[in-house]
Ligand binder design. Structure first.
Ligand SMILES: NC(=O)c1ccc[n+]([C@@H]2O[C@H](COP(=O)([O-])OP(=O)(O)OC[C@H]3O[C@@H](n4cnc5c(N)ncnc54)[C@H](O)[C@@H]3O)[C@@H](O)[C@H]2O)c1
Ligand SMILES: O=C(O)C(=O)C[C@@H](O)[C@H](O)[C@H](O)COP(=O)(O)O
Ligand SMILES: [Zn+2]
Length: 359
């Protein structure tokens, strides 16, 4: 088992990463005097993993379970309200804890519930997707409003992240691809060679059971950990973790691709613009990169010309937009990101040129 820790403003929490550790959650909660534990999960994860964690927990704690339908729609005010009413009806008190058992949707939703119920109760992350190597760390919790991503949220760090990577065995190829996009994003945010190792080791397919994968995942988690420790509340460096998300979130809001698929497309766009700004359109987005992304089967035609106005409207609601100026994370070099403001007309023109290149 690997162990890292993250320093948050009011406490430091461990991230435990290993295979089969979901069976031992109770051991890692030893000494915690929670009145009740409420597991929030979705129907898919319930089927695969609920018993694995409750068999053990039941011996030491009173457990309640709230299950939501799988998918992004669960990050809604409606589901949020249903859960809050459930907590109240079940007499969940301030000494209770919420366990998020699932992917990023469950982590974001359950974390936001925990951060607001009775002004905040304890929260434990038990992530089950590859994408959650990103979402379970750093304390961003949120739900969507209409289709706009993560508008209602908080920074609220968990007491513990228990990451059983054996759960990747039941993930679909699409979900692996989604999570891997955030690993590639982390690769662009560090100078430590992660990106090249990702390209080398995962050159034809994303294989989480490959010998090298655990190390790559750990490196990716460390990139995130370092940035959130540096700037937990996103005043400066943390903005860089949004690489690919200005466009990615806008696409996610209007199309039905996964978060990671949209982030990958948004990332490729930012690589293209970064190159153009340096007078070398292919500096970052070269033939090799495109072939790699293509071979990993990322969808590369997510949007059409007809989507541009709507996309720019959505970007106007991005949390990085200030005084109606839309901001993107671009790259000076790999591991050297910077923020750049673009006008709507510039964005549309860049998008048209980018789309032509991708066809
Ligand atoms: N808070 C953050 O810092 C942060 C970071 C990145 C992404 N996010 C958010 O995370 C969300 C995406 O997360 P996600 O991709 O994990 O989505 P998700 O939670 O919807 O999981 C994807 C799908 O996989 C299923 N699933 C989960 N674990 C499984 C397993 N082990 N085996 C089989 N099926 C399983 C789920 O039921 C779901 O259908 C988005 O809402 C995004 O905005 C948040
Ligand atoms: O942790 C962060 O900071 C991130 O930006 C990580 C992103 O991968 C993640 O999708 C996050 O939820 C986006 O945050 P938002 O503030 O743009 O909603
Ligand atoms: Zn993301």
């Amino acid at each position: 088992m690997e162990q890292l820790s993250v320093r948050s403003y009011n406490h430091t929490y461990p991230i435990l990463i290993g295979k089969g550790i979901r069976y031992k959650l109770s051991k890692f909660l030893k000494g915690k005097d929670y009145s009740q534990l409420v597991i929030i999960t979705d129907e898919n994860v319930y089927k695969h993993y609920l018993n694995d964690i409750t068999d053990d927990l039941n011996r030491d704690f009173i457990i309640k379970v709230f299950t939501v339908s799988p998918g992004e729609q669960a990050k809604s005010l409606k589901v949020y309200e249903e859960i809050q009413k459930y907590l109240l009806a079940e007499n969940i008190d301030r000494s209770s804890a919420v366990i998020a058992l699932g992917g990023g949707v469950i982590g974001d939703l359950a974390g936001f519930v925990a951060s607001t119920y009775m002004r905040g109760i304890s929260f434990i992350q038990v992530p089950t997707t590859l994408l959650a190597h990103d979402s379970s760390i750093g304390g961003k919790v949120a739900i969507n409003l209409n289709s706009t991503k993560n508008v209602l949220g908080n920074f609220y760090s968990p007491d513990l992240v228990l990451y059983d990577t054996e759960t990747f065995l039941t993930l679909s190829e699409k979900e692996l691809r989604s999570g891997f996009a955030e690993m590639v994003k982390h690769g662009y945010l560090t100078k430590n060679g992660l990106l090249n190792r990702l390209k080398l080791e995962m050159n034809e397919s994303i294989n989480p059971m490959a010998k090298e994968f655990d190390r790559l995942l750990l490196e990716s988690i460390k990139v995130k950990q370092k940035i959130v420790e540096l700037d937990e509340f996103e005043s400066n460096e943390r903005k860089f973790l949004n690489l690919g998300h200005t466009l990615g979130h806008a696409i996610e809001a209007i199309k039905s691709y996964s978060h990671g698929e949209c982030v990958m497309y948004g990332l490729l766009f930012c690589l293209y613009v970064s190159g153009v700004k340096k007078g070398q359109p292919q500096k970052f987005l070269d033939e090799d990169l495109l072939n790699w992304v293509f071979s990993l089967k990322y969808p590369l035609n997510l949007i059409t010309k007809e989507d541009l106005d709507l996309l720019v409207n959505k970007m106007a609601n991005d949390k990085k937009t200030i005084n109606q100026t839309i901001n993107f994370v671009l790259l000076e070099n790999i591991g050297n990101p910077y923020m750049s403001s673009l006008k709507p007309e510039e964005i549309k023109q860049y998008l048209l040129d980018f789309m032509e290149m991708m066809n």
